[in-house]
Design a protein around this ligand. Structure first.
Ligand code: ATP
Length: 237
């Protein structure tokens, strides 16, 4: 289980994340939604210690509170900036494999084949979409407990995106927790269990999809638009 309590983050004078608390149960797939700049990426970076959250913040993953254990069980590839342009994908994978003992070679091969990732290609020669596919494949190839997927399919064409979402459920290890940010709300709806919505750096909604559909009789997109229309006091603006 992932528990996040009172997560806040400031950059200089600017408050980016304010007092965010939520839990992810074992096996849950969470959609992290919000407009551009609300703090989705920053939240994921804070969960991996890449940005230092305020001292009140408490994060625990499967009972672990120290960063060493949290990172060992969390799969997150924020970007490929660490790889030099001249490295081949094969080099990148070897590097990654050496750094993560839970790297699942069989899964990597299956994903790489499905995504038509050619291990001989150089990182510097990849298109935006191809880089995203590689980041996605590296992330999902780990036998981690928590998977942080930050807009994994932004530059990927719509047909591949849909196929990947379905395959993702098959590829993930049993009991895996997923936090995935996306702007493709209707595409993510069929696969997620719960939606967390951020607005102005605050968590404004944390709802199960079943509740949104059955109790509120809304699609996720309708629910998202409704949250978007609310002002800070929870009244429709
Ligand atoms: N490198 C940076 N330098 C300064 N401010 C930044 C930087 N990166 C992000 N921010 C600020 O942090 C806030 C949150 O950004 P973040 O990237 O987490 O948002 P996001 O919800 O992931 O956005 P998007 O949907 O556009 O990817 C933004 O409003 C931005 O002003």
């Amino acid at each position: 289980m992932l528990t996040v309590k009172n997560l806040s983050y400031r950059q200089g004078m600017k408050r980016i994340l304010s007092d965010i608390s939520f839990q992810v149960e074992t096996g849950e797939f969470i959609g992290l939604l919000g407009e551009n700049g609300v703090g989705k990426t920053t939240l994921m970076r804070a969960l991996t210690g890449l940005v230092i959250a305020s001292k009140e913040t408490q994060i625990s993953l499967d009972g672990h509170r120290d960063w060493g254990s949290i990172l060992a069980h969390t799969a997150f590839v924020p970007n490929l900036n660490w790889a030099s342009q001249g490295m081949t994908i094969w080099n990148v994978v070897s590097f990654y494999q050496a750094g993560y003992p839970d790297f699942n070679q069989n899964r990597w091969q299956e994903i790489a084949e499905e995504l038509q990732i050619n291990s001989k290609d150089k990182v510097g020669h990849l298109s935006k979409g191809q880089r995203e596919r590689l980041v996605f494949a590296l992330t999902v190839s780990r036998d981690a407990s928590l998977f942080l997927l930050d807009e994994p399919f932004g530059g990927v064409d719509v047909m591949t995106r849909r196929k990947l979402l379905q395959s993702l459920l098959r590829w993930l290890p049993d009991g895996a927790m997923v936090l995935m940010s996306t702007h493709e709300i209707s595409e993510i709806e069929p696969v997620i269990d719960r939606a967390i919505i951020l607005k102005h750096g605050c968590l404004v909604a944390d709802k199960e999809i079943e509740v949104i559909r059955e109790q509120y009789q809304m699609t996720l997109e309708q629910y998202f638009m409704k949250q978007h229309a609310m002002n800070r006091k929870g009244v429709e603006a």
